[in-house]
Ligand binder design. Structure first.
Ligand SMILES: *[C@@H]1O[C@H](CO)[C@@H](O)[C@H](O)[C@H]1NC(C)=O
Ligand SMILES: *[C@@H]1O[C@H](CO)[C@@H](O)[C@H](O)[C@H]1NC(C)=O
Ligand SMILES: *[C@@H]1O[C@H](CO)[C@@H](O)[C@H](O)[C@H]1NC(C)=O
Length: 172
């Protein structure tokens, strides 16, 4: 029975974990807790709060609120300005929280029912497309460097996967 950690297997495992975490980071979506520590409640300036955030496609909004008092009503721009609950796009008022994913770019408007919109419970956000993952087409003179970078990452992935396979099989 082997008692010490084989350094090569250890390195391979580390590489593999690094590879996993970098691919996870590439698809991560942010979660925005509305109002931060103030949550979804009266007398919070949500215009100020939203100005400090960036909302991207596939991000999540989470509204935490005191049950039985407030609601989350998605409305159009006119009804946001007027604090009107007429023809809501979506309405949620059960429990103490509501989470939704931002699956479209553009403006989203939310108000609370029960007259609390007049006490500041109104939120307008702009959802932006995901930032471009890669730079624009590479000029010819730089393409060999780009190829090398691409080949290097492919090699790193191959090494990590093979290394992990060796780690698993080596344990048998
Ligand atoms: C909220 O903050 C914004 C920006 O600072 C300001 O223009 C607006 O008047 C404030 N709203 C209220 C209701 O105080
Ligand atoms: C929002 O909906 C109301 C009806 O509830 C309608 O009168 C208004 O024109 C709509 N506004 C926009 C910007 O679509
Ligand atoms: C986007 O989200 C809304 C509300 O959560 C839902 O009704 C709609 O079906 C979703 N659209 C897509 C394309 O997933």
């Amino acid at each position: 029975m082997e008692t010490s950690i084989n350094p090569r297997r250890h390195a391979a495992l580390l590489l593999f974990l690094l590879f996993l975490s970098s691919s996870a980071a590439a698809v991560s979506a942010d979660m925005h807790v509305i109002g931060g520590n103030d949550h979804w409640a009266p007398n919070v300036n949500y215009t100020e709060w939203a100005a400090g955030e960036h909302f991207y496609l596939h991000d999540w909004l989470v509204f935490y609120y005191q049950p039985g008092y407030y609601s989350v009503i998605q409305v159009n721009e006119t009804n946001y300005e007027r604090c009107s609950e007429e023809d809501p796009i979506n309405k949620y008022d059960r429990g103490r929280s509501y989470a939704m994913q931002l699956n479209e770019t553009g403006h989203y408007y939310f108000i609370s029912g029960g007259g609390y919109c007049w006490h500041g419970m109104k939120l307008s956000i702009l959802v932006e497309p995901l930032p471009a993952p890669a730079p624009a087409p590479v000029p010819l003179s730089q393409s060999s460097a780009a190829c090398r970078t691409g080949a290097w990452s492919a090699a790193a992935v191959a090494v990590a996967v093979l290394g992990f396979a060796a780690f698993v099989l080596g344990g048998v």
